[in-house]
Design a protein around this ligand. Structure first.
Ligand code: NDP
Length: 243
């Protein structure tokens, strides 16, 4: 239904570009009131002009500044932890600083924002839903993605723990795990045909993911159609991982 999220107030992180931006469009179309969080004010201004969403311009790498900004924007019914970064090095060349920086945005920030949004829901006695943007990288080893794969596997673990702890409060937590999606991040890692070709050949549906393919699954997981889904990972991968 086109209004299945009406009455829900949703925070979407990393909303300036790519999957997050398409997710804001989709959630607004499905009736939600959306607040978009991202780094670049210009991205947020254009998105607000297009969709009427609220905006928070902050860098999640500055975690307590971001936490303060989100606390001031409460209450939310739903949280979409979409912001993510990657840093491409072989495992042997990955610096500890790069590894930590990827973990900070991809894993620590989702936990910190869940503490704020779900903590507030628990205090108010309201149910809600959290969706974490993970990746097939949580399940397979991808060359040059040591920090990224570790960050997403840890995020899936966090999804399961939050599902167990928050379920009794009627707050559902799930992961969405796409394959290669040709957003700005996807182009960074996969624009080389020598890398993209073999990956594409492994996908039974014969194409990479589109941002809209992911946004639709996020909308479903936030909605009452997913009322009994808690603690799962949905691979949005065209059959890659089962083939
Ligand atoms: P993009 O890099 O294309 O867009 C990410 C958005 O998040 C940008 O607007 C970016 O801002 C914002 N962002 C990044 N870091 C921060 C931060 N520290 N604070 C605030 N905002 C931030 O990524 P995608 O849309 O491709 O990815 C979205 C999610 O999906 C990520 O978690 C990613 O790991 C995951 N994913 C992506 C896949 C792909 O192939 N693209 C595959 C599987 C999962 P700015 O414009 O300033 O950089």
């Amino acid at each position: 239904s086109t209004s299945r999220l009406s009455g829900r107030r949703v925070l979407v992180t990393g909303a300036g570009k790519g999957i997050g931006r398409e997710t804001v469009r989709r959630l607004v179309a499905d009736g939600a009131e959306v607040v978009a969080l991202s780094r670049q004010a210009s991205d947020l201004q254009s998105l607000a002009g297009e969709t009427g969403c609220g905006t928070i311009a902050v860098d999640l790498a500055n975690l307590e500044e971001a936490a303060d900004a989100v606390t001031q924007a409460l209450p939310f019914d739903c949280l979409v932890n979409n912001a993510g970064i990657t840093s491409l090095q072989s495992a042997l060349e990955t610096s500890m600083a790069q590894f930590s920086a990827v973990l900070a945005v991809n894993t620590l920030a989702p936990l910190r924002l869940a503490q704020i949004v779900a903590g507030d829901l628990v205090r108010r006695g309201e149910g809600g839903a959290i969706v974490n943007l993970s990746s097939i990288a949580a399940s397979v080893g991808l060359a040059d993605h040591a920090a990224y794969c570790a960050s997403k596997a840890a995020l899936d673990a966090l999804t399961r723990v939050l599902a167990v702890e928050l379920g009794p409060h009627r707050i559902r937590t799930n992961s969405v795990n796409p394959t290669v999606t040709l957003t700005p991040m996807g182009q960074l890692a996969w624009s080389d045909p020598a890398k993209a070709g073999p990956m594409l050949a492994r996908i039974p549906l014969g194409r990479f993911c589109e941002p809209g393919d992911v946004a639709g699954v996020i909308s479903f997981l936030l909605s009452d159609d997913a009322a009994m889904l808690n603690g799962i990972t949905i691979n949005v991968d065209g059959g890659l991982l089962i083939s």
